[in-house]
Write a protein that binds this ligand. Sequence first.
Ligand code: BG6
Length: 487
Amino acid sequence: GPTAPSFPPGFLWGGALAGNQCEGAWDVGGKGLSVADATTYKPRLDPTDYQGAHTVTTADVQAALAHEGTGMYPKRRGNDFYHRYAEDLDLMQEMGFRSLRVSIQWTRLFPTGEELEPNAEGVAFYHRLFAAMRERDIEPVVTLHHYEQPLTFSIDRKGWHERALVDHFLRFARVCFEEYGQYVTYWLTFNEIDSIFRHSFTTAGIVLDQFAGMDTEEAVYQALHHQFVAAAKTATLMRELVPGAQMGVMLTRTLHYAMTCHPDDALVALRTNRENFLYSDVQVRGEYPTWLHEEWARKGFHVDIADGDLEAMKDGTVDYVSFSYYMSMVSTRDDTGMQKVSGNLTSGAKNPYLDVTEWNWQIDPKGLRYSLTELYDRYQLPLFIVENGVGARDVLEDGTVQDDYRIEYFRQHIEQIGLAIADGAQVLGYTPWGCVDIVSMSTCQMSKRYGFVYVDADDEGNGTFDRFRKKSFDWYRRVIATNGGDL
Ligand code: BG6
């Protein structure tokens, strides 16, 4: 294979954020509460205990609806991007960003999701944001649904299990295309749509205690079906309203290697990877794979598929494949007695050849190359790495952070992207996660940092929220300036 990385001209170097983890201003400008505004920081939680971090009950939702402060809800504070976006964009421009992935919070435009007309102040905010990006030559990559649906759906509507959400979402998407189509070419519908099985509350507004007496896996498949239909209809709507725009799928690529060459290990890895590919397979090909129909039949599941749904899915396929990549995992026929690791709200056997981060996520740059090559061979569509990075505890000293560990992580990952490109994969761009420090999705910690820019805030929300360039800031600036030549 090739030995020298290569990046095409116009490669979209940049960074990625999500509104619910950065904007804060949870009650400003008429914004309604979202599922993210109901997730709490738990100071005594083992940060690698993701299940503990993510069990949300109806009582929790009601408590969140009644709570009028930021308190233990750090995503209500974010990093104050809502007020400081211009300063952040200046820093990104200084690094040479050509793209920035952000999300539009549904609840800024439709506070409960059921309004028929959008909230003008919310609409105006994203006009300001996208115009400011364009002024700095930063290409917006926009997610319409990043764990941000209106919280009231989780009480009144059983989340995405209820079909009505498809139309509510399309009303929101229409406003986004009509208002922001003038600035935005690259769109995404559901962030990490596969995460619906790992954390169905944040992904689909599903509170499991409301499904007593039902098979919850079946209920989640129903909600997933509604998201697939909504995603496809949104892609079709985009083509109608924003000529030339591109719609992508967004997958958490959780690459699984077989623990050994035992054929049973290989089969477990094959099945696990196939389950992960389900989501991109459906959104690229516009249909459910046969194995899933077989599985539903075997388990006795009934998923309501309305007239026209399958046709809509066939019509609304995607133009590109985006994904997040943080780690690889290991599949084995029997993991008794094996050491475990975590990652993106999953856990599995430890790979003896890889190191882990402080949060026990395995570090595997070559897995990123493997994923790019495999995804490109599978779909023959342009790829976009819309999340990657290392969560770490940074120490601010003399106005900066000596984050050599982050530079090393990125150096190795970017090198592997360049090798995958040299080996034939078409890659549109690379937007590392949390490019300015934000609140962690899984643990709601501010102290789990990903950025090139340090934000002076702690887990409880103390601090000035001022921004500081880390050592990696200058390093990434040089990488972009040399189009990946100087790593
Ligand atoms: C992805 C999500 O799963 O991973 C992001 O799309 C999230 O929202 C990111 O922040 C990193 O995870 P965490 O839990 O470290 O914030």
